[in-house]
Ligand binder design. Structure first.
Ligand code: PLP
Length: 366
């Protein structure tokens, strides 16, 4: 069995061919100078994609959740306040990760399908002026909503509160400007719009976040996800052994990022915008209702409520079994009622849109 499914769910998406090819290269030792040269190349490419000059930019071993936990445990000390924007499943997860790191969590909510109001986030910070971190999911994968973080970053610049942004689905899919928007810490994942397989979590920390980490009174609660230690491994010369990182995944991410940058980041955003709009224009004609409010819809991830009377899980199963197309089911409030269709990275093409729409049209007929 070697299924070649068309991956149009919330991730993983199909890696670029260059990334797949790179997986076949010989394994290198985790302290090999050639491998660390590839990591340095990844860091450079990530800086271009994150739009930052942050020195501390590296691929954490693990998926997007490792990026989330690495940022939270490295930046937050037990007892500190963390404000979290919650308008979907991944905002909830950020609350849970912060709670487990010992933070006092302050939630700022918006209904599923709508965007967080930057004014609400800033009001929460005024009510908690000593909050260590304010965290927002830029692209909420459970609802297909884009949260605007730029106005928050601009206001936090003169304060002691760091802006942490989840860019797991955002990075490489929609505009994200780490430096220009005043983002202090940001994490992503290799398997969505970056066009590589799962297993690495790009992270970048700006000077304010690095200073906060350096001033900690307590050691980071996780050895594996301590970004200070990871910096001394991946970015220092000579490197300090920390763990056995995968050269295989590094080669693949390096190649995926190379392909993305060759196309051009602005062009890649434009491609995602174009194909997302095509899909979202067509779904209502098939009886779907878009879950995200107009004006805040992500092109790379569309959450759509199914037409009345259609069995969500059974139809999704038939889409996979009969057409080889994977889409995601709904999470949380949308479980059993919605699909999540991803058009990410290599899969963000007109061909994907036409293929999934054609298959769904046939399934709904029968
Ligand atoms: N944050 C967001 C916005 C996500 O979409 C996801 C995964 O879909 C995660 C975090 C967790 O990433 P992973 O599943 O790669 O651990």
């Amino acid at each position: 069995m070697n299924s070649d499914h068309l991956l149009l769910g919330p991730g993983p998406s199909a890696p670029y061919p260059e990334a797949v090819e790179a997986l076949q290269r010989p394994v290198l030792g985790h302290l090999d100078a050639e491998y660390l040269g590839v990591v340095a190349g990844i860091a450079d490419r990530l800086r271009a994609v994150f739009r930052t000059s942050n020195e501390l930019t590296l691929p954490v071993s693990g998926t997007g959740s490792a990026g989330m936990e690495a940022c939270v445990v490295s930046l937050v000390e037990p007892g500190e306040t963390v404000i979290v924007g919650v308008n979907g499943y991944f905002g909830e997860r950020l609350c849970e990760v912060a709670r487990r790191a010992g933070a006092q969590v302050v939630r700022v909510e918006a209904p599923w399908g709508t965007a967080l109001d930057p004014a609400d986030l800033l009001a929460a910070r005024r009510a908690h002026p000593h909050a260590a971190v304010l965290a927002v999911v830029s692209a909420e994968t459970s609802t297909g909503v884009r949260n605007d973080v730029a106005p928050v970053g601009a206001e936090l610049a003169g304060t002691d509160t760091l802006l942490l942004v989840d860019a797991v689905t955002a990075l490489g899919g929609t505009r994200l400007e780490v430096d220009a928007w005043g983002i202090d810490a940001c994490y992503s994942a290799s398997q969505k719009c970056l066009g590589a397989p799962p297993g690495l979590a790009p992270v970048t920390l700006g000077p304010r976040a690095v200073a906060k980490m350096a001033a900690r009174r307590t050691p980071v609660g996780s050895f594996y996800l301590d970004l200070g230690l990871l910096q001394r491994y991946f970015l220092a010369s000579p490197p300090t052994y920390h763990h056995t990182a995968s050269s295989t995944l590094a080669y693949a991410l390096h190649a995926g990022l190379g392909r993305l940058l060759e196309e051009g980041i602005e062009q890649v955003w434009e491609r995602h915008a174009r194909v997302g709009a095509l899909l979202q224009a067509a779904l209502p004609d098939l009886g779907f209702r878009l879950a995200a409010a107009e004006g805040v819809r992500l092109p790379q991830l569309t959450a759509a409520l199914l037409p009345d009377g259609v069995d969500e899980a059974a139809t999704r199963r038939r889409l996979l079994d009969e057409y080889g197309i994977e889409v995601g089911g709904g999470l949380g409030e949308f479980a059993g009622r919605a699909w999540r269709i991803g058009l990410m990275g290599h899969a963000a093409t007109e061909r994907s849109v036409v293929t999934v729409l054609g298959a769904v049209r046939e399934l709904l007929k029968s």
